[in-house]
Design a binder for this molecule. Structure first.
Ligand code: 3HC
Length: 343
């Protein structure tokens, strides 16, 4: 029983296929058939344990990234150079919190609770993106994050709108729409600075120099060193390899950098007519490995801040739990009273 979804329906919010709109797949042969037909897997479907684990690993890493990713920019909300800039930045940081919540909720449909995912993050057992371990010393860094980091996120995440797992793919549609706005606000910050005074132009250039290589590392290690790619691609979770997406991003950035009047800090960057792509220099994969080991410039600070925010939020979680228990109790009493009066 192979179910497929029309290709354009993958990208439409209206194309939600509610879990109960079909009978759940009840065995792994039908799972394989749906994957082979490029169909969607839904929460109640039978699925291999490895598929479930791969999704929870990637989705929780992604959700954690959105939440930790609020920190480098949150740090500039009170210092943004105008009221309008503050309001825009605050909205953007709130969007990231929302993305984290969509993704934790989508991952919960696989049977791992948000509390478990948060615990794993705080215990250092779950990852978040390397990119958020770099500092934001100037206002221009906020522009560079929007242009490069959100730009890389869009490049990586638009194909995830066609991921085989329904809740993940549907969450990604909305996230990508918001990321497009984020990318444009970053571009606009850099454009304003680039066209400003010499000092402002220099500040924009230095921020791009700081964020360019780390943003290319967001796509993950080179394909030859990517242990998860083969399976993720066979299961239609990832649609393109890490290197393919990185190349696509570089090709996209070159004309945008020209429009900004800024330079990409790679002396080996040049158009290769034969390949139809830009050649580029090597990245510092030792630095990437160090950041993943927790030895980046801001790893300790990011985790300490997340732990403090979690601890300070304990009373909110307790209050929400108490409120939910009281509401359930009062619903129960009302139902009992209704039944009694009907009897
Ligand atoms: N930062 C931290 N860890 C990374 C990483 C990065 N940039 N790139 C790869 N890794 C980790 C992987 O998680 C994996 O470790 P694990 O097995 O313990 O999970 C290991 O390095 C090997 O990498 P693989 O290439 O084998 O891993 P994947 O196949 O999962 O590919 C990925 C990595 C491309 C990042 C993929 O997981 C992915 O597409 N994830 C969804 C997108 C995402 O997580 N984005 C986070 C960016 S932040 C963001 O989007 C916020 C926005 O507001 C900017």
């Amino acid at each position: 029983m192979a179910r497929t979804t029309a290709p354009d329906a993958h990208n439409s919010l209206d194309a939600r296929s509610p879990v109960d709109a079909h009978s759940p797949l009840d065995n792994l042969d039908t799972f394989e058939a749906v994957i082979a037909a490029d169909g969607r897997i839904e929460p109640r479907d039978a699925m291999p344990d490895d598929y479930r684990r791969a999704l929870v690993r990637q989705m929780s890493q992604h959700a954690n990234s959105e939440i930790i990713g609020m920190q480098p920019e949150g740090n500039w909300i009170t210092r943004a150079p105008s009221l309008a800039r503050k309001a825009i930045l605050m909205a953007k940081v709130q969007d990231e919190a929302g993305h984290g919540l969509y993704l934790y909720a989508a991952a919960e449909t696989l049977g791992t609770s948000r509390a478990e995912m948060t615990e794993a993050l705080l215990a250092g057992k779950a990852r978040y993106s390397s990119i958020f371990n770099y500092p934001t010393p100037t206002w221009a860094d906020i522009g560079a994050i929007g242009w490069l980091v959100d730009g890389a996120a869009i490049c990586n995440q638009v194909p995830l709108c066609r991921a085989s797992y329904g809740p993940y793919a549907r969450a990604m549609v909305r996230i990508c729409k918001e990321e497009s706005f984020h990318q444009r606000q970053g571009f606009e910050i850099l454009l304003t600075l680039s066209r400003g005074t010499d000092e402002q132009h220099e500040m924009a250039q230095q921020a791009v120099d700081r964020w360019y290589a780390p943003s290319l590392m967001m796509f993950g290690p080179p394909d030859a060193d990517s242990p998860n790619s083969a399976k993720s691609m066979a299961w239609n979770i990832k649609r393109f390899s890490n290197d393919e997406l990185r190349q696509r991003f570089i090709d996209m950035l070159v004309p945008q950098a020209k429009a900004l009047g800024l330079t990409l800090p790679d002396p080996d960057l040049r158009w290769n007519a034969e390949r139809g792509h830009h050649d580029h220099g090597d990245l510092d994969w030792d630095e990437f490995a160090a950041v993943l080991r927790g030895e980046g410039q801001c790893n300790a600070q990011r985790m300490a801040h997340r732990q403090a925010a979690f601890d300070e939020g304990a009373w909110v979680r307790e209050a929400a739990t108490a409120h939910a228990a009281r509401a359930a109790q009062s619903r129960k009493s009302q139902e009992a009273a209704t039944e009694e009066s009907a009897a």
